[in-house]
Design a protein. Structure first.
Length: 112
């Protein structure tokens, strides 16, 4: 597996701590939908992460900056989904990240 492929399989979800009640009943791996939030007052390129049609966090801003435009270009087509998995305890202890996404199978080319 290339380094880039590995990085695309560990896209951090931020803010998941605020959505613990929604995350708790989910299995260790599950599909999520990515949804732009252009009206987000804190980050114009915000990409919400939804599981079972409920927000469970946001794609980390440093990644969202690169994927917001390609995601917007797909507006009106099929929703963009990807696999998600819960982090391991060591991830939570060192970074506070509760959830990782796997972008390796998404048909989106990130902006430079």
């Amino acid at each position: 597996m290339s380094r880039m492929s590995h990085l695309l399989q560990r896209i951090p979800v931020v803010g998941a701590l605020a959505y613990q009640e929604r995350l708790r009943p989910l299995p260790s791996s599950f599909p999520v939908t990515l949804e732009l939030e252009p009206g987000n007052r804190y980050f114009r390129q915000a990409i919400a992460v939804l599981a079972n049609n409920e927000k469970v966090g946001y794609v980390a801003p440093e990644v969202a900056r690169r994927y917001a435009e390609p995601l917007a270009a797909r507006a009106g087509s099929q929703p963009v989904t990807c696999p998600a998995r819960r982090s391991v305890p060591s991830d939570r202890e060192t970074s506070g990240v509760e959830l990782f996404l796997d972008f390796s199978a998404i048909d989106l080319v990130p902006s430079p």
